[in-house]
Design a protein around this ligand. Sequence first.
Ligand code: C2E
Ligand code: CA
Ligand code: CA
Length: 919
Amino acid sequence: HAALLGAVGDAVVAAGPDGRVVFWNDGAERTYGRTAGEMLGRDVGEVAGLARLRTPEPWAGDVSAERPGGGTTLTNLSVRPLRDGGDVVAVIGVATDVTAARAAEETARRLSAIVDSSDDAIIGRDLDGIVRSWNAAAERLVGYTAAEAIGQHATFATPPEKHAAIYDIVSRVGRGEVIPTYEQVVLRKDGERRHISLAISAMRDETGRIVGSSAIARDVTEQVLLRRAAEDDRRRLAEAQAIAGLGSFERVVADGTLVWSAELYRIAGLEPCTPLRADALDTLIHPDDQETLHSAQGEAARGRGPVDFACRIVRPDGEARYVSIRVSSVAGEDGKRFVGTVLDVTERRRADAERAAAERRFELGFETAAAGTAIADLDGCLVRVNPALCRLLGRSDDELAGHRLEEFAHSDDRARCGADASGGEVRFLRPDGRRVDALVDVSVVHNECGEPEYLFAQVLDITRRKQAERALAHQALHDALTGLPNRTLLLDRLDHALLQRDRREGTVAVLLVDLDHFKLVNDGLGHAAGDALLVDVAARLGLAVRPGDTVCRLGGDEFVICCENVAGADEALAIAERVNDAFNTPFALERSEVFVTASVGVTLANPGVAAQELLRDADAAMYRAKERGRSRVELFDEVLRQRAAGRLATATALRRALTQGEIVVHYQPVLSVGDDRVVGFEALARWEDPERGLVPPNDFIPVAEETGMIVPLGEHVLREATRTLAAWSTTYAGAAALTVAVNVSARQLADPHLVATVAAALAESGLAPQRLHLEITETVLMEDVDDSARVLAQLADLGVTLEIDDFGTGYSSLSYLKRFPVDTLKIDRGFVAGLGSDPDDTSIVTAIAALGRALGLRLHAEGVETEQQRRAVREIGCAYAQGYFWSPALPAREVLPWLRRRSFGVVPEQRGRRLAVGS
Ligand code: C2E
Ligand code: CA
Ligand code: CA
């Protein structure tokens, strides 16, 4: 036991019941400075601090002991009796040195008293940021008691968005970083937010190791709010100044201190917060305006309220700005001060100047505008008018002022120029009786609030334009030569008359008047004479008709008379006879008098008939008048109606026939008269009608021409003929040089695609162009010489050969013939018929032949039926002929057999001359 107790660090002493020391260990030796040898057997009370061992009462407490080298040691002594049975055998005392511990406890107690009495919250935290101490001020500040706070993390009672920053600070303090004082928000237990200022420092132990941190927090909520309010005020003031463009300054007179607002720096063109000299404002003002500044300051100093003045400032970069300054002198703690505002008015001055210029421009524009211009109040009463409007209306300012524009307008047009009108075309009446056509535009001018303020009217004189429009309208509806209504107006009047017809007695009659042989006058006496004749005819027709009837010129030498309220055919025919009689006296033309007659077709309107149909019927009647010898009147009747209906049926059937392949081509051989050699064929159309059988061309070609069907039909014949001839040439050598002649009608000649169609037919068949002949009837060519010459030239350019068909039936003049690139004249069948028997026909054909030779043209006789005619044709010098004497037109399939029969049988001597054929 003794050894064990000896090793204990504390002092262990035992005293016998008599108070003598019986045990003294090494710890006691260290604590009391005496050895066991010295102390054993001695009274324990000798040692200060061990007197308690004399009594066997258990006891514990702090006892001071004298240190061996002087001074005292504070020990914590625990005394306990050692009993054996009921008797105390020894008293044991164990003393622990608590000098340092007690001192530390004392310090801590004092510190915590200080801490607790502090006004600042003081919070201790360990390295993990866990709160370890929490003083009374902390409790007041945050509202949580120490018991509630200790053990919480530093983030406790702070807003979540700050937590990351708090963790960061905890770790930085742990690393020994110095954290400057900062502000932070705490969330009090009662929910209130307070601003605190925090000073954080590291806590170290004796060895200098960081063991935690202390935070000293102070409530700065009031300061923060005050500071914020001040900042807000400053910011709002600066913003307000910036928005207003209003800078301010303050100058303490005594010490010359000068303060400018941010906006004044901006106005002055300086960087914000540039240090200012006392005279900075004076230097800023334009030299010429210094005087103004000084007198204003002087006046302000006399204290009669704020003084306003305008001046210029010059920015450091030289730019001058216009400012308006208000300065006032105030008395303050630091004596007299000048305070003032500076407003940059440069932009406003510019805007004012622009507005003034715009106003001047408007004034000038208003006064000098070419258009009449007026300003009126909302009731339309004129307030201002410009000179142009005065001129237009023929009235002075005074005569117009207070009146409304509509008072001067035509009664029908007033609605277009009143106060509620937006304008339109208006006729104004001037005091001199003249009428002015004007275009009026009225607009309502609104003020800034969008309320109507006044009316602005512009009045444009369009009298000239209206006149031109009327003239144009007249031109569009009238014939320029005779001044009579033209076809357009006629149709319009007819439509109108037909509508009226249903409501009135009687009916509408249409007379179509066509001059006979008008072309003779035109060609013989010249166009001027032709025109004069037409004008004269127009005048006579006007006299011949009843009042109310309309005479129109349809074009060329055709006139139409439209008569309303005609009782019946008799009355219509009576009018027509009067018209016919109008031609009984000769027309006096410039150099000569001529008799001209007219053929008149008459038709009466049945219910429901259209204007176009009436014209067509009158035309049909007029044609019959021509057929029956001209200079007469014919009435459109049942026969003509039947004929017309028949044609219509034919046209419909023909359209079908063309698509069904019922139009076939027959070929009539053409021979060289001298040697009876076949040189080619004329292609002639036939209609293989499944019901009527073979229809001859005279029964359908005229209808095809009238309806325009001739164009596709002609193209069909052209392609068929070229393709067929090319095919024969490959299968039969004797056909290699033969030609084919295709008839071209008037409508085809006028078709703009004709040349392209012919070129395509040649290209597709591969036929040499000179082997294709085109026959054009003489009368067709003469209709429009210029156009014909142009188209014929284009066809000749393709290389095709051109022939004039039915020569002798038209009125060709030699000069015209020379203009056409034709090769051959085909003498009309009518003349050939009497050849050799009728002396007239013989002389005509002889004359034609002479003419042809003179023009270098070849002659071709058609309709040769007899040996006699053949001989006559040869004698006259015709190069070619065709006719029933040789062959009628043959179906294609019969042509090659026919040719072969001629070569091998009837005329075998031609066999060896095949190559010369057609040369
Ligand atoms: P055309 O061009 O004068 O054709 C000649 C007409 O005389 C043909 O009548 C022919 O059959 C007939 N003819 C021939 N030799 C004799 C004869 O010795 N004596 C008599 N009396 N007549 C003879 P066709 O085929 O009836 O043709 C009549 C007209 O139809 C043609 O007259 C031509 O103007 C027109 N025509 C025929 N086919 C076409 C065509 O494909 N296109 C155009 N545009 N017109 C065609
Ligand atoms: Ca012909
Ligand atoms: Ca003919």
